[in-house]
Write a protein that binds this ligand. Sequence first.
Ligand code: PXP
Length: 250
Amino acid sequence: MQEGARIRLGVNIDHVATLRNARGTFYPDPLRMVKILEKLKVDGITLHLREDRRHIIDKDVVSIIKETNLPVNLEMAATEEMQNIATNLIPSAVCLVPEKREERTTEGGLDVINEEEKLKTFLRPLAEKEIRISLFVSPELKQIEAASRVGATIVELNTGTFCDLLIEQKKERYLDEFKKLTKAANFGKKLGLEIHGGHGLTYDSVKYIASIPEMTELNIGHFLISESVFDGIEKTIYKMRQEIDKSQKT
Ligand code: PXP
């Protein structure tokens, strides 16, 4: 990203699919949301194809990658099945996340240090297809260093802990976590990595995260889809965009 460019907003639309799947029907259609988001000029679409297909399913990934000109960021676990899907469909980016069946949503970042050799091998075919590689990590300097060693060009910093502490109003702890995120972003950029952030972001927490100077992209889902139930997606995206722009330090 050029110096001074505005932070990109990627919208995670998993929960449009959650709503559809709750009734086992065909609506609301995630692709319809993608078409609306194109008009609202968001910067990318994020989808998490989980092993248990609880929200986004294979058909969604195929149709969305085919039908949109927006960059698609495919979140996935480091499994052979997902590697095959990604190398066949070629999204703009893949964001590797840890995945446990029993979790409600992604918990914590990847343990890159302990998976270093496995990840190097896993990522090679993706890099050969020129898919951008992002690793979802906690704001820990050693994990970020390892991400750079295994061939990632992007780290997405897990903002989930910060967002939870902010909601709980644990001031000392959220300020401490914010410091960690700031330091991690600075460190990652110095290693030549592009810095993204995501998980749990709301209008309130995004003010902090968008103020981190190295931040280039934020991926936000659950809050945006939830707010749009009350306010509509257009107003919600507009408001989130405003919060990001007001907070960004150029
Ligand atoms: N980034 C990553 C890596 C995620 O796993 C998720 C959740 O799927 C998000 C961003 C979006 O998080 P949220 O839905 O809480 O905004």
